[in-house]
Design a protein around this ligand. Structure first.
Ligand code: NAP
Ligand code: ZN
Length: 348
């Protein structure tokens, strides 16, 4: 038995998203049924449905920034109760047994984590994401959203928040550290807020100065345009850490030149194209070029608690479902301030 729920799905790599219905499985002993209230639009949703990262099982319901309320729990569930404010991010399952899962790095599960949409779940069905009214998720992949953060502003934390928190934390953003954030979009604006709350000196490197006022208000100390070549000479050798959130291929080697000796540039942006790196830009300063994918479940809960403690939510524009396609175009045009969030009560 399954339950039919309203959703918005992409029909193909080049078709607009449209209303549909999908089936959700019955609540098993370890499952939680969530009434979804809000779902963020991540650039990864767009990369995925447009086929940037390879073929997809259409029709596909995207959405991995899910915030809602627990409507039902299975008989064995201990972590969540009916009425709890909860979230779901980019994964809904993993093997739970490999060394990465047991270390709390479920996103790097050696058997492959189960993505929130477009993935084959353990029961053989294809997962469908958060642009829908309800979802059933195994309790271990459901996060608690602390009081104090609105569910709408919390939704983007489940991907944009953890994806930036994790490398900022791991690479030691904090007092006395100079951190640059490349790209002021959904991930970028969260990186600015979180790095600022961690106590780092934060610089935004954006294509232009048109969002400068916002960047400074969000917590940046400095703001530069990468379209201005002088930026790269003025800031040469100055950052301990650069977080690159850009969704397109950029000239990584030029940015590596902005790092101190021993500095690191961490890529979270995931363009379809390769990012070539000039070895001289690395060896000339004992620099690192790294990558990072979301964060594990324990770290995601830690991030949510950190955000609540520091009064951090995403800066959002809440939209009805029939504006999803327009929102995609605006994200692609770097015209997002700073995350679109779907009000799922408008889905059907
Ligand atoms: P977004 O809201 O579209 O932000 C990306 C920003 O990059 C834009 O706002 C823009 O900022 C800048 N940008 C866009 N095109 C550019 C270009 N051609 N040249 C230079 N700068 C450009 O996207 P997002 O949701 O933050 O996602 C960003 C990337 O991270 C995507 O590739 C997404 O798939 C990836 N992602 C990765 C993970 C992970 O686990 N690693 C998780 C989530 C998302 P300015 O206007 O300020 O220049
Ligand atoms: Zn995402």
């Amino acid at each position: 038995m399954t339950t039919t729920v309203h959703a918005y799905a992409s029909p193909s790599a080049d078709g607009d998203l449209a209303p549909t219905t999908i089936e959700r499985r019955d609540v098993g002993p370890h499952d939680v049924l969530i009434e979804i209230k809000y779902a963020g639009i991540c650039h990864s949703d767009i990369h995925t449905v447009r086929g940037d990262w390879g073929p997809q099982p259409y029709p596909l319901v995207p959405g991995h920034e899910i915030a809602g309320v627990v409507a039902e729990v299975g008989s064995e569930v201990t972590r969540h109760s009916v009425g709890d404010r909860v979230g779901v991010g980019c994964m809904v399952n993993s093997c739970g047994e490999c060394k990465n899962c047991t270390a709390g790095d479920e996103q790097y599960c050696l058997k492959g984590m189960v993505g929130t949409y477009g993935a084959t779940d353990r029961d053989g069905t294809v997962t469908q994401g958060g642009y829908s009214t309800h979802v059933v998720v195994t309790e271990d992949f459901v996060l608690g959203i602390p009081e104090g953060i609105g569910l709408d502003a919390a939704a983007p934390l489940l991907c944009a928040g953890i994806t930036t928190y994790s490398p900022l934390h791991r690479w030691g953003a904090g007092p006395g550290k100079k951190v640059a954030v490349v790209g002021l979009g959904g991930l970028g604006h969260m990186a600015v807020k979180i790095a600022h709350a961690m106590g780092a000196e934060v610089t935004v490197l954006s294509q232009s100065l048109k969002k400068q006022e916002d960047g400074l208000r969000l917590g940046a100390d400095h703001y530069y345009a990468t379209s201005d070549e002088a930026t790269f000479t003025e800031l040469a050798g100055s950052f301990d850490l650069i977080i690159n959130t850009v969704s397109a291929a950029i000239d990584v080697s030029a940015f590596l030149g902005l790092l101190t000796v021993g500095g690191a540039m961490v890529n979270v942006g995931a363009p379809a194209e390769p990012l070539p790196v000039n070895a001289m830009a690395l060896i000339g300063g004992r620099r690192s070029f790294a990558g990072s994918m979301i964060g594990g479940i324990p770290e995601t809960q830690e991030m949510l608690d950190f955000c609540a403690e520091h009064n951090i939510g995403a800066e959002i524009e809440v939209i009805p479902a029939d504006k999803i396609n327009d929102a995609y175009e605006r994200v692609l045009a770097s015209d997002v301030r700073y995350r679109f969030v779907i009000d799922t009560s408008t889905l059907g």
